[in-house]
Design a binder for this molecule. Structure first.
Ligand code: ADP
Ligand code: F6P
Length: 324
């Protein structure tokens, strides 16, 4: 049984990270272990920004967005020598295992440490829901609710003015956020990288069709990773503004999608995954992450998780064709 572990959050932030840190800390302390917090992701390991935490350090953070440990991108962590420095700092403090909370890149970093022989465990947290091996990552549910709230609000104003709106959502190269929010928000069209096309001409046809059918709005949800991109659609529609019927406006939701209080689902997922992952790490399991599979939290190998981006569910993909 490990007696001293550290925890960090790395990569893009999202709702539920604090709930994860809290669960890891409380579970470890309850099991009789000491927990060190690492500030600013892998940079904190490299710069020795590591401090002993107590149960009260994680009091009152369950419902707060962001991460109280801070997060960062630390490209130099891909360098073996830099990782050696990180291991040295942990070894000097007697830390025997590391919990990494983050997205694909962060979990690749965790795998790299595991492969150097240091016990490391992961918790998948990314608003993009692009981590393979888990049905949901921490943060996704809250972000979807935030997007949906925005889509509903935009629909109100779109209908009042009889406008077509392009709403761009995050997701990096993954279309999950666009697909799920577009379906739940009743978008007229959803554009995401996992589905080829449609052409710019077809997109303007969809706008005209909505106008002719007598709709008061036309909502098009676009994944930021979709090509040729929101700007190209906007330009095409503006070039054909005389034919559309609707005026066109664009909203890029941006980083507001990453902030905010975590939903019930995310708080529970973070707490379940955090406790599960901690028990496994303390018991000497390494090179795996907590994963939501068939409603249960299970252990899933990091080497498998980081091999590819999580593919979209084919039945959900088909729904996009039928519903938009
Ligand atoms: P996310 O974890 O949200 O996907 P990034 O892809 O930016 O975010 O990765 C976060 C951090 O993880 C990087 O800045 C780097 O410190 C670390 N990382 C990413 N890939 C690797 C890798 N192959 N080896 C070691 N560390 C990595
Ligand atoms: O991976 C999370 C994410 O929010 C992506 O959806 C987005 O492409 C990216 O991070 C934005 O990163 P940054 O905060 O560095 O602009």
């Amino acid at each position: 049984m490990l007696k001293r572990i550290a925890v960090l959050t790395s990569g893009g932030d999202g709702p539920g990270l604090n709930a994860c840190i809290r669960a890891v800390t409380r579970e470890a302390i309850q099991e009789g272990a000491e927990v060190f917090g690492v500030r600013w992701g892998y940079s904190g390991l490299v710069n020795d920004d590591i401090f002993l935490m107590e149960s009260r350090d994680v009091g009152g953070i369950l419902g707060r967005g962001g991460t109280f440990l801070g997060t960062a991108r630390c490209p130099e962590f891909k360098d073996l020598k830099v990782r050696r420095t990180a291991l040295r700092h942990m070894n000097q403090k007697g830390i025997e295992g590391l919990m990494v909370i983050g997205g694909n890149g962060s979990l690749a970093g965790a795998l790299a440490l595991h492969e150097m022989g240091f016990p490391t465990y992961g918790i998948p947290a990314s608003i993009d829901n692009d981590i393979d091996g888990t049905g949901m990552s921490v943060g996704v549910d809250t972000t979807l609710n935030t997007i949906l709230d925005s889509v509903d609000r935009i629909k109100d104003t779109a209908s009042s003015h009889q406008r077509a709106f392009l709403i761009e959502v995050m997701g990096r190269n993954c279309g999950y956020l666009a697909l799920a929010s577009g379906l739940a928000g009743g978008a007229e069209l959803i554009l995401f990288p996992e589905r080829e096309g449609p052409s710019l001409e077809k997109i303007s046809d969809v706008v005209v069709e909505a106008y002719v059918r007598g709709k008061h709005h036309c909502i098009i949800v676009i994944a930021e990773g979709w090509q040729p991109g929101t700007k190209a659609v906007e330009q095409h529609l503006l070039d054909h503004r005389e034919d559309l019927g609707f005026e066109v406006r664009v909203t890029v939701l941006g980083h507001m999608q990453r902030g905010g209080r975590p939903s019930v689902f995310d708080r529970l997922l973070a707490t379940r995954m955090g406790a599960f992952a901690t028990d496994n790490l303390l018991n000497g399991e390494s090179g795996c992450m907590a994963a939501l599979r068939g409603g249960q939290i299970e252990s899933f190998p990091l080497a498998e998780a980081v091999k590819q981006l999580r593919p979209l569910d084919t039945r959900m993909l088909k729904l996009a064709g039928a519903m938009d």
